[in-house]
Design a protein around this ligand. Sequence first.
Ligand SMILES: NC(=O)CC[C@H](N)C(=O)O
Length: 337
Amino acid sequence: KEVETQTKLANVVVLATGGTIAGAGASAANSATYQAAKVGIEQLIAGIPELSKLANVRGEQVMQIASESITNDNLLQLGRRVSELADSKDVDGIVITHGTDTLEETAYFLNLVEKTDKPIIVVGSMRPGTAMSADGMLNLYNAVAVASSKEAHGKGVLVTMNDEIQSGRDVSKMINIKTEAFKSPWGPLGMVVEGKSYWFRLPAKRHTMDSEFDIKNIKSLPDVEIAYSYGNVDDTAYKALAQAGAKAIIHAGTGNGSVSSRVVPSLQALRKDGVQIIRSSHVNAGGFVLRNAEQPDDKYDWVVAHDLNPQKARILAMVALTKTNDSKELQRMFWEY
Ligand SMILES: NC(=O)CC[C@H](N)C(=O)O
């Protein structure tokens, strides 16, 4: 009977990449001062015996780094491993443990390029496992719960933090010291409570099975960079990034993605030289940039990132540029994904 119930459990693979969820501090009082990416995945799984009631869980250490150091090559390596596992008959769901600093970028990347309807859940924590009220254990338990659930199929890449199920496309790290760090401007998709998921809404944007991008066809990612805007800004960073070979520059603009009059002429010139200019906003709670509002995008042949923050806009621009360098096509993609 025991064997029978065991075989009915979903097979979930946890791909570990590092971050605070694998962090360790000197004492239980160290919630903010600790080293990320220290604890191996076997030890993390062994620390949560309750996982074996949810799924047949096995771990794989893909890398062991703090996520601010993740490169495009790391993204491709992780994306390819996820794709291999998703293609495997004996894998039902995939969890990725990740540092929280760039978790929103990796989750969005996978959401765009993985051709599967199997659940892919990206999870991190705000406190290391050695701290009082560590959040990693429950976040990982919730990730495995969602990864092994039938309802999570076809909903794109998801993030489970702070009991919430968020869309990997929408979610962003909004504060760096609280366990309620991850928010979406459009709200969570659901909740996980005691290992059971409760859904309230669905993602509206194209993802995974419905995406025109496929990790299997992406050999490398082009150079896309971000320039931050603020009072007294000038064009130095934009020109330097283009000089260094950026194929597209994400304008991390103020407000509506507005552009300083000291910067506009240089961005027009860069566009004439072939660099794609993509206007986004760095406002905290989520930007909303519209074409020809603030700047005449049609006239300058610029693209708007709409609600994607600058770091997510970088991800979509890189993936999009593997297919096209046509600014109209890029803009279509920025509306659809
Ligand atoms: N809370 C975290 O995971 C942050 C730790 C580290 N900076 C990282 O992103 O990997």
